[in-house]
Design a protein around this ligand. Structure first.
Ligand code: CTP
Length: 429
């Protein structure tokens, strides 16, 4: 019997322990067993305490009422509930800091066809652990024992030898149909391997390779979701390049070439690539796509409108840069011309282009736009122009643009010079 209560106390902040105590109290009221499960157990056993440490709880009688009462007790709220009997809570743990608690009924899952969503039915703890993807995520820690067991608070239940794999730094699936049942687990495998730096166990590797064809049965929506999760990781470049080198992403995105993603393995996470969003990374995926491929990517991954806009704009920005680069990088380009050229494009598309172009002169121009030009504004507002005598209507916008262009080119250094410009215009018109 392995008791890991001191590990929990060392790893979890006080606020989290209080949450566990509140959940245990409530579980006594309704007489349900209660466990910490899944990824949070893996992280406790790894001693990972940094970042946003969310809590996954499971029990045999967890329902919406339990979720509501726990949320009430912790001054949080139930954010969502799913058809599978899971509830997501958001609860405060400090000044403007919230964590998520996933509450779930212990359940068993069966898959009618590969890649379909599972049929779910209530099950016991062991069935609940068996339905999971990797042994390191199929452990639980007892918070309240069921009546027919004599388990203790803090006891590790590990029927699939997850702790051994964790110490050996290996990822292993629990049964040979795991990837066929749910091919999104192949993306999860590469994501965790990149995050934890764990190797992939030999048999798991073989099953990964032999299940490759099943990737195409998953919906684009689910693959997009897996990619979005990858884009939240620290080592995105490593994971993405592994997705390409193993053939996983190409097995789904059959009509585009993803090889360019391999070079992001060596990426330094600074400057251009720091703190970037999912849209930025979808831009990286589609950075070389032509018009047809842009449509293909948008449809196949069911991208949302912001993500679509980035790859569409990137495609037309690349084309226009090819046409006009000589003009833009001429000896002394007018800042207003750069502004006029780039203002039509989505800012994230410009960021992707700046981060990836090998043309240094273009990079400098794009960075100048991103760091200063795009945030420039005139001192005078539309209302100021009207008070000076400009008639309400489209002319106001036109004059404001002209003011901005002149300012960018260094011709209007102060508010007085902007006023003179407008007065001059009024005199002449
Ligand atoms: N799971 C699974 N197959 C999936 C998705 C999830 O078996 N396709 C199981 C995993 O065992 C996981 C649990 O469901 O432990 C919860 O999933 P999720 O919240 O995505 O992952 P965590 O393990 O909590 O890990 P993290 O949030 O750190 O990525």
């Amino acid at each position: 019997m392995k008791i890991v209560s001191s590990k929990i106390e060392n790893v979890l902040p006080k606020s989290h322990i209080q949450i566990l105590n509140a959940a245990v109290e409530l579980s006594q009221d309704i007489n349900t067993d209660l466990y910490l499960v899944g990824g949070c157990v893996r992280d406790i056993m790894l001693g990972v305490s940094e970042g946003n440490f969310d809590i996954d709880l499971a029990g045999s009688d967890i329902d919406r009422d339990f979720a509501d009462r726990l949320a009430g007790k912790l001054k949080g709220k139930v954010k969502s509930s799913s058809l599978f009997g899971t509830h997501k809570l958001s609860v405060p743990v400090g000044y403007q800091t919230n964590i998520e608690i996933d509450l779930a009924l212990c359940r068993s899952e069966t898959y009618k066809t590969p890649g379909s969503l599972p049929d779910v039915s209530p099950g016991d703890l062991f069935q609940d652990l068996l339905r999971r993807d990797f042994s390191v995520s199929a452990m639980c820690i007892v918070l309240r024992s069921p009546e027919d067991q004599d388990w203790q608070w803090g006891q590790l239940i590990d029927p699939h030898s997850g702790y051994k794999d964790l110490k050996n730094e290996e990822l292993r699936i629990l049964h040979k149909n795991s990837f066929v049942d749910d091919p999104t687990r192949m993306f999860r495998l590469l994501r965790y391997s990149g995050r934890l730096g764990f190797a992939i166990e030999e048999e798991t590797k073989k099953l990964f390779e032999s299940s490759m064809n099943w990737v195409s049965v998953i919906s684009g929506e689910r693959i997009r979701h897996e990619l979005e999760k990858i884009f939240e990781e620290r080592d995105i470049g490593v994971i993405l390049s592994n997705c390409v080198m193993t053939g996983l992403l190409p097995a789904f995105l059959t009509q585009i070439d993803c090889k360019h993603l391999i070079k992001f393995k060596e990426l330094e996470y600074s400057g251009d690539f720091k703190n970037n969003t999912a849209e930025f990374w979808f831009g990286i995926v589609g950075m070389n796509a032509n018009k047809t491929e842009v449509e293909y990517l948008s449809k196949t991954l069911n991208l949302n409108s912001k993500q679509r806009e980035v790859i569409r704009d990137l495609n037309s920005l690349n084309k226009q840069l090819q046409k006009h680069s000589a003009q833009l990088v001429s000896e002394d380009p007018k800042r207003s011309d750069i502004y006029k050229f780039l203002m039509k494009y989505n800012v994230i598309a410009i960021q992707v282009c700046a981060a990836t172009t090998s043309d240094m002169s273009i990079k400098i121009i794009l960075e100048m736009y991103l760091s200063s030009l795009m945030n420039s504004h005139t001192e005078l507002s539309g209302d100021d122009l009207i008070s000076l005598g400009v008639r309400k209507g489209p002319k106001v916008g036109e004059l404001l643009n002209n003011l901005l262009y002149a300012k960018l080119d260094g011709q209007l250094p102060s508010i007085d010079s902007e006023m003179d410009y407008i007065k001059n215009y009024l005199r002449n018109n």
